[in-house]
Each structure stands twice: as C-alpha cells, then as structure tokens.
Design a protein around this ligand. Structure first.
Ligand code: ADE
Length: 489
C-alpha cells in the first residue's frame, strides 16, 4: 500500500479530484491511500489566517512558516494517518512549484518506489523560505507555466505515480516496462467501425499477422516521435546507436540490449569505449568496457552518480560484462563479487511448440496447466527459491511476473521473469521432477517473451548443468564470456 499525504488549504479539491475512477477504486481496494491535511487547521492565529505580507515589500501575500510546519509534523508522527518513517527518517516531501525540476515519467517511476510521499501545495505568492528549507526534499514543477496553486500539480503527480503501484491498473502486464516505450511515443490506435466518415482502419491491423502489426506500430511510433517530439527522437537515436554497439557481442550483452529496447534503461554513459546503464526497475547498474583502462575511467567519472543511485538500494547490485572490470569494480565501488553467469539467449523469432506435461496420481494421469501465481503462493515460492528473499518474490508475483505449473490445484513448480528482464527462478519440486514440467515452464516463459516482441534470455550459473542442458535442448545459445554480479560488502 502506498500512502499519499497532501498538505493543502483546499483538501476537498484533492479528495474529490482523486476519489473517482481508477484511483478511487485503487483506494477502496487498499492499494493506495490518499489523505488531505488542511493547513488552516494548524494555524495559531486567532483569525485563522495562514498568510501575511512579504518582508521587503512586493505584491501579494505569503503562506507563513508555522502552520505549514505544524501540518507537516502532524503527518510525520507515526500512527494510522501518519507516515511510517516517523521520527527516524525525514519523509520524502515534495513542494510543487514552477521553480522545481520538470516532472517526467522517469521521476514518477522513482517516486513510485517510495512507501509514502508528502505533497506540499502552496498558494498566494508562495511559502516562507525557512519552512521549505526545513521540510522539503524535492522541488517539482509540472511545466513551464504558472497555476493558481499546487493542488492540480499534486494531483497530476499522484495520478501518474499511483498508476505505477502494483494492483492499481488491473491489467496483467504491469506498467513497469512501459515508460515512454523506449523514448518513442505511442502509435495510432483504432476501434470499430472499420470505416468511419470515409476513413479506413489501416489494413495491416486487420490482418492478424502479429509480426507485421508490431513492425507497423514501431514505424508509426518512430514517424510520430520524429514529427511531434524531435527532442525525444534524439534520445531514441542514441538508444539505437548504443544497441548497435552492444550487438557486436549480442549474446554477452543481451541483458543491456533488452533493457534499452524495453524502455527500462537509463543510459549513464555511452561512448566508443564502453556503456554504463542503470535498470530503472531493479536499480542494477550494468557495465561493459573495451579495456580495463576504459573501465577505470568510466567508473571514476561516474562514481558519484552510481553511489547516489545506490543509496536507496538494499543490495548494491552491479553487473560487469568483462572479467577485467571486476577488480576495478571492487576497488572503486567497494563491492563483493557474488557470482558469474553465462547468458542464455533464444535467438529465433518463432514460438516453441508448447510442451504437454503430466504427473501420475493414484495411477491417474493429471495434466499440468501453467497459470499466474497469486499472493497466496508467496511463501511456497520463497521456501523453494533460495536466491532471493521473500519481498523480492512478493514483488514479482504482484507484478504478474511469476507462473506456476499446476496439477489441478497442486503447485508442482514455477518460473518467472526477473526485474531486469531475464527469465529465471525455475524450480520443479523434487517429487515432480522428470515429468517434463521444467521443459514446459521454460517453453512457456520463452513464448511469453516472444509474444511481447522481446528476445527471451536468462542467466545460468556455470555449475548449473541441469539448467544448461535444458536450455540447450530448447535451442538457446550461451555467451562465451560471463557476466558478474556484485553486491554491497
Ligand atoms: N504551482 C504553480 N504552478 C505550478 C507548476 N507549473 N508546477 C508545479 N507547481 C506549481
């Protein structure tokens, strides 16, 4: 559950504006909560005033420090309507102002990772600077224009952040990889009828040929972005150039390539001598470099940025794509090497034939059916999957990224898609092994990725011979080099 607190002089505006439609339903279903605190309730002025003249002269009135501070403090106190952070940590407090950093989808993704947010809405000519210094952590603007108050901007931000919270949009594919579709605008869409005012729906969309439809949509997205948002198109071109460079060793770089393609990568550095990027979902930093010297230079130059991003990470995840980077990563970033993995990549576009598996119960054959896992499976999955903690599994299930192999109601194994896009977490419970369930799950997840237009890939530890054999038998190729995962020491 994500909590939004809004400090405002017009609480009814917030509650009415966000109480209907999708956010209203999300609130009723307990995925988010929105509480609006009236700053006026905290004034000590006997006429209930919250504003006064500006020192030094000038037009208009200013909101005073005291009521704003006391309203903020009332929210910071732990309790039913208070923030979880309580006294231990200053909660993230956003002041809406045209002087703030421009709000973007990327910012929404970052804010969506918080458990709670406080929004401070100003009125009149602004708020006394001293209280802002005391409580505000982020200054945000929703655009280069001036509004009468911070309520509409707060609502805009809450709407875009809340829709990224798992469960709020009840479509199965989460909004996590959508962003701006990899720096491209959405393609044009059509619904019935086929012909309207003499205008026809493009033929390709009626063809049923999914590959052709995907290609057409991409072309239209590119065309539209070039025309309407040349600034965004420049970023798209940069993404493409970066992918082209990584494609020189496609198998080794498949995770970085797919992150960029899926619109999930934040490119921190890209030159001829290497690439450094950040997965916006998991927070993992990935790096490839031509030489050890280049690696050292790139890491030194970007050290502060990397450390800033990693402040909020539980683990410090860094993925090096060459052995020669490892020593430098340990030295410069102070990290611990956890494991080395081969990338396994399904390089074809054709779907695999679905595998039919079954188990025998009391002499009766029970077919295996693969379906999404729900929250009721968190504990079982965590108990069988040793490489991640419960909260990670919980997150994956909440995002609709985990699937179980069921014989009737009995769970026999599972598979999933990791935050950074690789397929994995494959487990078949010991008593159900050697029945083709692993193959059925692996085939399922490959086809699922293909359906979305992705290149299916996974990462396999070199000692995991069973997994290697399974993936080879399905036609996946392995990278020659390894990728190395690091964590905080
Ligand atoms: N308050 C007034 N105008 C604003 C804007 N454009 N963005 C955020 N807060 C504001």
């Amino acid at each position: 559950m994500m909590k939004f607190h809004v400090l405002t002089l017009f609480p009814e505006m917030i509650l009415q504006g966000l109480g209907t439609s999708i956010l209203g339903r999300a609130t009723e279903n307990g995925f988010i909560s929105i509480d609006a605190v009236n700053i006026r309730d905290f004034t000590t002025n006997k006429h209930n005033r919250v504003d006064d003249y500006t020192y030094g002269g000038g037009a208009g009135m200013l909101m005073q420090a005291q009521p704003v501070y006391d309203a903020w403090k009332s929210v910071c106190v732990s309790g039913e309507n208070g923030t979880k952070s309580g006294k231990n940590k200053k909660p993230r407090t956003i002041y809406l102002t045209p002087q703030g950093a421009p709000f973007t989808q990327h910012m929404a993704e970052e804010f969506a990772k918080e458990e709670e947010l406080i929004f401070l809405c100003g009125h009149y000519e602004g708020i006394d600077e001293r209280v802002l210094e005391e409580i505000v952590t982020d200054y945000v603007s929703i655009g280069d224009y001036v509004l009468t108050g911070g309520e509409l901007p707060a609502m805009v931000m809450i709407d875009s952040i809340a829709r990224l919270v798992p469960g709020v949009l009840n479509n199965e594919v989460s909004a996590e990889t959508e962003s701006f579709h990899g720096n491209l605008l959405e393609y044009p869409q059509f619904s019935r009828p086929v012909s309207w005012m003499g205008k026809e729906v493009p033929k390709v969309l009626l063809s049923g040929d999914h590959k052709k439809i995907r290609e057409w949509r991409l072309e239209e997205s590119i065309k539209r972005t070039k025309e309407r948002r040349p600034d965004l198109y420049k970023l798209y071109e940069r993404d493409q150039a970066c992918i082209q460079m990584l494609m020189k060793d496609k198998l080794l770089h498949i995770d970085m390539i797919e992150l960029i393609r899926r619109g999930q990568a934040q490119i921190l550095y890209f030159e001829k001598d290497g690439v450094l990027l950040r997965d916006k979902v998991s927070g993992a930093i990935m790096m490839t470099a031509k030489t050890k010297e280049a690696a050292g230079k790139i890491l030194e130059e970007n050290k502060d940025k990397i450390e800033k991003y990693n402040q909020n990470q539980d683990y410090w995840m860094f993925v090096s794509h060459q052995e020669c980077i490892n020593e430098i990563a340990q030295e410069v970033l102070g990290l611990k090497l956890v494991m080395g993995c081969y990338q396994s990549v399904y390089t074809r576009k054709e779907m695999l034939l679905a595998v039919k598996a079954a188990i025998v119960v009391d002499g009766q054959e029970v077919p295996i059916e693969i379906r999404s896992l729900g929250m009721e499976h968190v504990e079982t999955v965590s108990g069988h999957y040793e490489n991640a903690d419960m909260s990670y599994v919980q997150g994956r299930i909440a995002h609709g990224c985990m699937y179980g192999a069921f014989a009737g109601d009995v769970l026999t194994g599972f598979v999933g898609i990791h935050e950074e896009g690789s397929s994995g977490m494959l487990e078949v419970f010991p008593e159900y092994r050697k029945c083709g369930i692993g193959k059925a799950l692996e085939t399922f997840i490959i086809n699922l990725q293909l359906e979305k237009g992705y290149t299916p890939f996974g990462q396999v530890k070199e000692e995991n011979e069973v997994s290697m054999a399974l993936q080879s038998s399905l036609g996946l190729y392995f990278s020659k080099g390894k990728v190395y995962w690091f964590e905080k020491k």
